[in-house]
Design a protein around this ligand. Sequence first.
Ligand SMILES: [Zn+2]
Length: 455
Amino acid sequence: MFLLRTVFAAVLCCLPALAQAPPPVLMISIDGLRPDAITQAEAHHLQVPNLRRFVEQGTYADGVIGVVPTLTYPSHTTLVTGVTPAVHGILSNTTFDPLFQNQVGWFWYASQQKAETLWQAARQRGITTANLNWPVTVDAPGIDFNMPEYWRASTPDDLLLLDALARPLGLQQQLEHELGPWVDGNTLTIASDATRTRFAKAMLRQHHPGFLTVHLSSLDEEEHTSSPFSAKSNETLEAIDGMIGQLVDAAVAINPKAIIVVVSDHGFARTDFHTNLFGPLLRAGLLTVGPPGPLGTPSFSSWKATLWPAGGCAAVMLHDPADTASRDAILGLLHDLAADPANGIDAILNKEQLGQLGGFPGAEALVVLRPPFQLGYTFSGPIVTPAPATGMHGYLPSNPEMRSSFFVLGKGIAPHRDLGLINMLQVAPSIAELLSAKLPAATAKPIKLLQEAAF
Ligand SMILES: [Zn+2]
């Protein structure tokens, strides 16, 4: 018996590294975080010591080149699938709603998403998975402990709906019992991110997930309101930096081998003008105005050709694909507007160019603005109206300001390793490799993050 035990122990200690449990991975998204806010923190007058640790003691990208459109929901889905929006199906933030009838409904539901996710891949590997507030996770398969991002009216009633959407049922109430009320996905304050941080720490403590995703969203909101690197945006990021410090400490306290990955979904550009493109469409008879919605919101009663807005860009959509007259009318109108630089139109991509970029399948074209212009929604009056000191994203991923973030810290992660520019499609397969999980549809080359000596 003694001999048998000795032999068994000897076999165990000589098992190849891959047979060991992979390190737990905590993946935090700071919505709208520009990488230079951390890599060049001093130049931007930012005090972010916890995120600077990722640069000094970890591995990081100078920038992540994103997808089309550079918006929150398509990008977050690419971050967990490794495929383009054309493949995963989350084409914009809001679903296509040409008559404005859906009360600004977003792509909230996992059933709208077609690709395998990191949660599913990790679950297949036997890893416990958890999520707090990641986009497109309502009833997402493969997540053991799931509190999805969702809202409707952002009133306290939303918490009742969120409670019903949490998995397993009762999870939200159980955490609220200890921590106080949870927060809906459209409450975008520093305090709401502090709540998400408290819940994430409790999730780590109570359920020990091997893969936990967390989405913090207040920075994006402030950047939209007062522009990136405004005093208020910097204050918000400095507050989030403190939350990152808490999350790193909590993850490492539970398992010293924990790997923490901080990502973002897109960059940000300052904007000072709105380009109002719906007015010309109305005047050309491509849209007809309907009665105002229940909250006085505008609506259309019919459409032949319209725009599917996506921040700094908009997809050109045709009601009847055979209606060449309306196609010629909308494209002619947009090209005429683009000819005047004062309208802020950067490019009009055709179907073939869109196909190569993996965005908006089914669209006739994509009209892309250039900062400092963002899409406006005034139907009458001038094409361009002032909107000083605001911010937007959704511009082409080739715009350096649209680059997003990738920072990794933990045992076995090379210190002070600069990856240069990477592609967003590489993020999910790289995380899959950390988890020793497989994500076959994600074909981009993974970044080898873990050094062999870690095992
Ligand atoms: Zn975002």
